[in-house]
Design a protein around this ligand. Structure first.
Ligand code: AMP
Ligand code: MG
Length: 282
């Protein structure tokens, strides 16, 4: 992979207001999950999204052909925040050969027997690839903290480990893009109700999600600390207003597109003519 140093993520002007600036202390309560920016309707955003997903597919093809750098997209958010749906919409045109999605659930015994980053590192992208983490190493400072699966000194020390890990990935040629999908408690309830009512959504409903919902404030605090402690110059967080699916998709797609514009992946040059002369196509 193409190593880079000093380590700094591309500065993206588009939707910069959703970036958590390194060193800034954000509070979730100060950010409106229902924000739709300058967009008035889902139709308007939907039309623009169509163009963006095609551009993402084109960039992905170039990244794959170039085979020098990689992109890791991290999606986090409370249950029903829209992680699955963001994958489905934003990467819908990408070639599965170069774009893979990893959904992280409860760790297995073997995974638990290792350091917390072990299972994630195995699934980071090779040169040319986009990998999307649907949940990620951040669960180890979120659910692990809220459910008290590890004592505080353990999960707290992980902020530094995560920052070091991501810094290493970036240095070695992987762009790390992190999205926190921010929904309101009311919107989560609507989504749960929809899961109960719709036959095609029942499978997404889990009684344990309702139990987790009772710890809403604990999750808020855990997310605030995680965003504040791990938004770094090399891998900043973006906080996405996610109560409106169409706006969430649009903002994520725009930030992904802008990141690719900055990366500017290139098709490799044409073969050397002198090499071609020696080929016999007859
Ligand atoms: P879902 O994303 O709805 O399929 O649910 C996956 C479940 O796995 C969620 O309840 C997560 O909190 C849980 N999970 C994911 N990663 C971890 C982890 N590192 N430790 C404990 N639970 C986890
Ligand atoms: Mg779930």
């Amino acid at each position: 992979m193409a190593a880079t140093d000093p380590v700094e993520a591309p500065r993206i002007a588009d939707f910069a207001r959703y970036r958590v600036e390194p060193g800034e202390r954000i509070a979730l309560a100060d950010h409106d999950p229902g924000d739709t920016g300058p967009y008035a309707s889902a139709e308007e955003a939907g039309a623009e999204l169509g163009g963006l997903v095609e551009r993402i597919a084109d960039f992905q093809e170039r990244l794959y052909a170039e085979e020098r750098r990689a992109v890791l997209v991290v999606l986090q958010g409370i249950d029903a925040a829209g992680k699955d749906s963001t994958v489905k919409h934003v990467f819908r045109e990408a070639n599965p050969q170069g774009c893979r999605v990893y959904a992280f659930k409860q760790p297995s015994r073997e995974e638990q027997a290792h350091d917390f980053l072990w299972r994630y590192h195995q699934d980071t992208p090779a040169a040319g690839m986009i990998h999307v983490f649907n949940r990620s190493h951040y669960e180890d400072v979120l659910v692990v903290r809220v459910r008290e699966l590890e004592p505080e000194p353990v999960w707290r020390s992980r902020y530094d480990s995560i920052n070091d890990f991501e810094r290493m990935l970036v240095r070695e040629g992987t762009t790390v893009l992190k999205f926190f999908l921010h929904i309101s408690k009311e919107e989560q309830l609507r989504k749960f109700q929809e899961r109960l009512e719709r036959e095609d959504k029942h499978w997404k409903f889990s009684a344990s999600d309702v139990k987790e919902r009772r710890r809403w404030e604990d999750y808020e605090r855990a997310y605030e600390d995680a965003l504040n402690c791990t938004s770094t110059p090399w891998a900043p967080w973006y906080m996405i207003p996610a109560d409106n699916r169409w706006y969430r998709n649009l903002v994520v797609a725009r930030i992904v597109t802008a990141t690719f514009e900055a990366l500017d992946p290139q098709y490799p040059p044409a073969p050397d003519p002198s090499d071609l002369e020696q080929l016999d196509f007859s």
